[in-house]
Design a protein around this ligand. Structure first.
Ligand SMILES: Cc1ncc(COP(=O)(O)O)c(C=O)c1O
Length: 359
């Protein structure tokens, strides 16, 4: 893992290619091009000087090359249409490489079901067990069984509740049986500093940069580990990505991936979890606090103080952090939590409230 000092130096030496290009063009600019607002801040389009996302040769290529280096990929593609586009692109690449049946946990994001349906990929579902209302990651045994009936495996890691998949075991299973391994890392782009990073295990993976790093909403990256998949992934990206990419989003993705690690807030989050009896999970950015029947009441009370959790699944409130979370805000949350009632567990029959299949 990198130390804080190393990160600070790293941050200084890394150039922000897209941001620098935008700043250098902030003078007079007479717009006879889209968008219709005729130049509002950095929201430009693909012009002579600004490169083109579909076939980059300038600042965007330099940004993508840096991002690939940081994430340990052979090729990374900036996305301005969320991890959803990355999932569709990865599954397109799988199909192109001959995958007909994909194994994945039933509690996957809807984009996985949707991409399978659109691309005609068969689903081999891995049953999702729950414990205390929390969906569990599949075991290596369950993964091995599913992989034996499929051509490729997709896992979500970390998941929405902050649990990391058994990626090392899964990668080994896939290697042994010559199956492709892809990871939906929509909630894990902040982990690229760590051993729990999807890119250390998968052939292709998506980073939802806007979720846990400071990128604008919809900013994401999809990557391929080796040359074997980068061409097919590039074709997938060209098929599903918008042809009108947002420069503010692209610049923010580059900046977010180059954003230094914030070890102080990581430590504060772990301390907070212990002090407030949060569920023990693997991911410091996801603080899961049990309120049971008092979930709605707790959420309402917090809103009175302008404090908003990421989700309320009727048993837990989840507070989603990032390297930009302020310690003072965590302290404020801690003080409020002490005043809030915690209730009995709510049994939600048969399904996991915040997940839903397809469409
Ligand atoms: C696990 C998971 N994968 C993929 C996505 C899709 O991400 P996006 O909303 O950036 O398209 C989400 C969205 O919440 C998600 O939770």
């Amino acid at each position: 893992m990198r130390t804080g000092r190393f990160c600070a130096i790293y941050w200084i030496v890394m150039r922000l290619h897209i941001r620098e290009m935008l700043s250098s063009q902030s003078g007079e600019h007479i717009s006879f091009h889209m968008p219709g607002h005729k130049r509002c801040g950095d929201d430009i389009t693909e012009l002579r000087y600004s490169d083109a996302l579909i076939n980059p040769t300038g600042v965007i290529l330099r940004a993508e090359t840096d991002i690939a280096k940081i994430l340990g990929a052979e090729r990374s593609f900036i996305l301005t249409d969320g991890s959803t586009c990355g999932i569709f692109s990865m599954l397109y690449a799988l199909k192109k490489e001959g995958v007909r049946r994909l194994a994945f946990p039933a509690a996957c994001h809807r984009s996985v079901f949707n991409a399978c349906r659109v691309l005609g990929i068969e689903c081999e579902l891995i049953g999702t067990e729950t414990a205390y209302g929390i969906p569990l990651q599949p075991t290596p045994d369950a993964i091995a069984r599913a992989v034996s009936n499929a051509d490729a495996l997709l896992l979500t890691s970390p998941d929405y509740y902050g649990f990391v998949a058994p990626m090392s075991a899964a990668a080994e299973i896939c290697r042994t049986h010559a199956k492709v391994f892809v990871i939906d890392g929509a909630h894990g782009s902040h982990l690229h500093f760590s051993d729990m990073y999807a890119g250390k295990f998968a052939d292709m993976w998506v980073d939802g940069v806007h979720k846990s790093l400071p990128a604008l909403t919809q900013g994401a990256v999809v990557s391929a580990k080796s040359r074997q998949f980068s061409e097919a992934l590039g074709e997938g990206v060209k098929t599903f990505r918008t042809t009108s990419p947002s420069y503010p989003i692209m610049a923010s993705v580059e900046e977010a991936v180059k954003f230094p690690r914030n070890e102080a807030i990581e430590r504060a989050a772990e301390r907070f979890k212990r002090e407030h009896g949060a569920v023990e999970n693997d991911d410091w950015t996801k603080i899961l606090i049990y309120f049971g029947r008092c979930c709605d009441l707790a959420e309402r009370r917090l809103a009175e103080y302008n404090v908003y959790p990421e989700f309320n699944d009727k048993n837990y409130l989840m507070f989603y952090l990032s390297p930009c979370t302020k310690e003072s805000d965590l302290k404020k949350l801690g003080a409020l939590l002490k005043e809030l009632p915690r209730g009995e567990r709510v049994f939600v029959k048969g399904e996991i409230p915040i997940y839903s299949e397809g469409v």
